[in-house]
Design a protein around this ligand. Sequence first.
Ligand code: ADP
Length: 180
Amino acid sequence: MSQIVVLLGKPGAGKDTQADFLSTQMNYKIIKTGDFARSLAKKNKNITQTLQRGQLVDNGLINRYVADEILKDGWHGRYLTDGFPRDLEQAKWFDDFLSKHKIAVTKVILLDLPDEMAKDRLLKRGRTDDTGETIDRRLGVYRDITGRVIDYYRQQDKLISVDAAPSPSQISTALREALA
Ligand code: ADP
């Protein structure tokens, strides 16, 4: 039976680090839409600008990527989406897509962190979209748009909130417990 876990959290909450742990420690296959968006940006100037502005990439492209990743190895095992769904349309599309294959999102983990801490972490990391202005825009998109995704999963009773302020290994322990 497939397991589908959604990992949510604002930029800087530590989704990538935790997804790496879950991949090695619990054998989750990670579907990371941010990496896909960056690979598109290398070939397409409009998408480069979208990322630099902290806006979301077109849903059609993102949804197709997620579908391909899940379908290509035939639904076996455990999947974890990192950075997806990021708006309500993606969340509803994902439910529809999964239900056509008679499965559903199993659990949703929210890595929870105050904006100020997230911003500090991102400024230290220094990716090209980690400048002050773009970070503020991404945090705004997260609050206004991804916030609805959080409500959507909370209403479905699937949301588990994990404090993202402690050390990566402490968060990882909390996550493994949440997913056990
Ligand atoms: P972060 O969570 O720090 O913003 P990501 O690597 O998850 O980092 O995302 C970087 C950028 O990639 C986003 O700002 C957005 O432009 C794009 N992106 C990632 N995931 C999605 C998605 N599900 N839908 C639309 N755009 C996305």
